[in-house]
Design a protein around this ligand. Structure first.
Ligand SMILES: Nc1ncnc2c1ncn2[C@@H]1O[C@H](COP(=O)(O)OP(=O)(O)OP(=O)(O)O)[C@@H](O)[C@H]1O
Ligand SMILES: [Mg+2]
Length: 182
């Protein structure tokens, strides 16, 4: 039972409902330590029936490991690599250590992540949850930011009592939540 979070829970439920209707959204929760960010994310996951859920909690030990988050998040989607442009699939395989490549084409990796999320969201709404995002490895953070970029202009959708919450629209049917300490 979460005390005093009716509004935030309602907003999360509303976003999930919108995602079910094909309206993708991104949400960043910020708040001080222990204020209840993770429990809100857990609520969203519990309510996400019918969604494909990709859930990652960043950890300090992997903060310096390039693409550690993407490796975990995209794992269930790698079987669909053949459905995205080959250049992107090739770059993703290299970034995720599935193939050797001399250099990393970051744009191709980020675009590949976006394409894979898009492919996944075609069949069922997709919920991507990243908790403790302050420990995200930088390339993964950049990839997620890139994937959410298409609707950054949508700006703020709500402001919680914890701190600011910002919504941006990623690919259709995808609903993203990232969480970090302010
Ligand atoms: N509104 C609330 N009502 C009841 N319990 C709450 C509420 N918010 C947080 N808690 C409880 O406080 C504890 C800390 O919550 P939580 O782990 O979600 O915080 P957090 O913001 O994710 O912390 P951190 O920044 O350390 O990751 C948990 O036991 C959680 O159940
Ligand atoms: Mg937490």
């Amino acid at each position: 039972m979460l005390i005093g979070r009716e509004r935030q829970l309602g907003q999360l439920d509303a976003l999930l409902s919108e995602a079910r209707l094909g309206k993708g959204r991104a949400l960043v929760l910020r708040g001080s330590a222990g204020i209840g960010k993770t429990v809100l994310l857990d609520h969203a996951v519990q309510q996400a029936s019918g969604f494909q859920v990709l859930h990652y909690t960043a950890v300090e030990s992997e903060a310096e490991l390039p693409f550690a988050c993407l490796h975990a998040l995209l794992g269930p989607l790698l079987v669909r690599l053949s459905e995205i442009p080959e250049t992107q699939a090739h770059a993703l395989r290299a970034a995720l250590a599935l193939k050797s490549m001399a250099s990393t084409n970051r744009l191709a990796v980020y675009a590949g992540a976006l394409s894979l999320f898009g492919v996944a969201a075609e069949g069922a709404p997709l919920l991507v949850v990243v908790d403790d995002a302050h420990w995200l490895d930088r390339p993964s953070a950049e990839a997620l930011t890139f994937a959410a970029r298409p609707a950054r202009a949508a700006s703020t959708w709500c402001s919680t009592s914890m701190a600011a919450a910002t919504a941006i629209s990623p690919p259709a049917s995808a609903f993203w939540i990232t969480c970090s300490i302010a």
